[in-house]
Design a binder for this molecule. Structure first.
Ligand code: PMV
Length: 287
């Protein structure tokens, strides 16, 4: 049996702007997708407790030989919630197949191969999701003319509360919508990009970090990717003591992340209010 994993992620700041070359920060979370490969006779088959659709089959066939494998997927990353489920799957497939075929891959090679799979899902991904799925931890990411540049940063002791809107956003459509409505380098995208270094400098000070994250959320709202449900989760979190909150990922649904001095208390209040919520530290990536 050969195995590979990729971790889920949350974008702390810079989503959408990152597509246009602005910097972004993302963190690995304690959710993982694992692919187990078993050699079999005959055609490759795909198995997952969450169900198998055509997109998943295409992703598997983008990496794994069409014959000779039983592919078992296991994941606790919610799908379509901006938590990097497809990137974690792409990285897990690439790593599992490399393991099965006794191939050593550098992080750059893993990223490059996983990005090709991710493109099947999202059209023109910036690559930030794959970088975090492969690396975990805290990642600074920027797309340049010569390719993506990512840096693993020292991890602060930050716990993030995740509140799930219960609906999925469509990253491909949301990124396309921003492209139509906001030609490159609009003031909103520039303002989002300018927040990233400020947020990076405030990661250990929740009273500075929260308002900057909320500022990022407001800018994403102006960009047209928030929803009334996401706005109301942000305000719920802040009314319940979060120093700040924002949608995380492409928007249109998905999750909100919040920072607070009392993460467990915020999760308890959210769950009491019927909101699916959990907290996570910054998690180092699974291999
Ligand atoms: O897949 P999501 O929801 O985490 O969105 C990815 C972040 C975007 O900036 C919206 C798109 C991208 O490819 O960077």
């Amino acid at each position: 049996m050969a195995s590979g994993s990729g971790c889920g992620k949350l974008i702390l700041c810079g989503e959408h702007a990152v597509v246009y070359g602005h910097p972004a920060l993302a963190i690995g979370v304690q959710r993982t997708t694992t692919v187990d490969l078993q050699p079999v006779e005959g055609p490759t088959s795909v198995h997952s407790a969450q169900g198998v659709d055509e997109q998943l089959i295409r992703a598997v066939h983008g990496v794994i030989s069409p014959t000779g494998w039983r592919v078992q997927l296991t994941s606790d990353i919610p799908m379509g919630r901006g938590m990097g489920s497809s990137a974690a799957l792409s990285v897990a497939l690439v790593r599992a197949y490399a393991c099965a075929t006794h191939t050593m891959l550098t992080t750059e090679q893993t990223h490059e191969q996983a990005l090709a799979v991710e493109t099947l899902f999202h059209g023109t991904p910036s690559g930030i999701d794959n970088a975090v799925a492969a690396l975990g931890g805290l990642v600074h990411f920027r797309r340049t003319d010569t390719g993506p540049v990512w840096t693993s940063l020292p991890c602060p002791a930050l716990t993030v509360v995740v509140l799930d809107s219960g609906t999925a956003g469509n990253t491909r459509e949301l990124v396309g919508g921003v492209r139509e409505r906001h030609p490159e380098n609009t003031p909103i995208l520039n303002a989002i990009g300018a927040l990233t270094p400020q947020i990076q400098a405030a990661l250990t000070d929740l009273d500075r970090l929260g308002p900057l994250l909320y500022n990022n959320h407001q800018l994403l709202g102006e960009l047209g990717v928030s929803t009334p449900a996401l706005d109301s989760l942000v305000h719920f979190a802040m009314d319940a003591g979060a120093t700040g909150a924002k949608l995380a990922g492409a928007g249109g649904g998905g999750v909100v992340l919040a920072v607070t001095h009392s993460p467990d208390q915020l999760v308890a209040r959210a769950v009491h209010a019927g909101i699916d919520a959990f907290c996570t530290p910054i998690a180092t990536g699974a291999a």
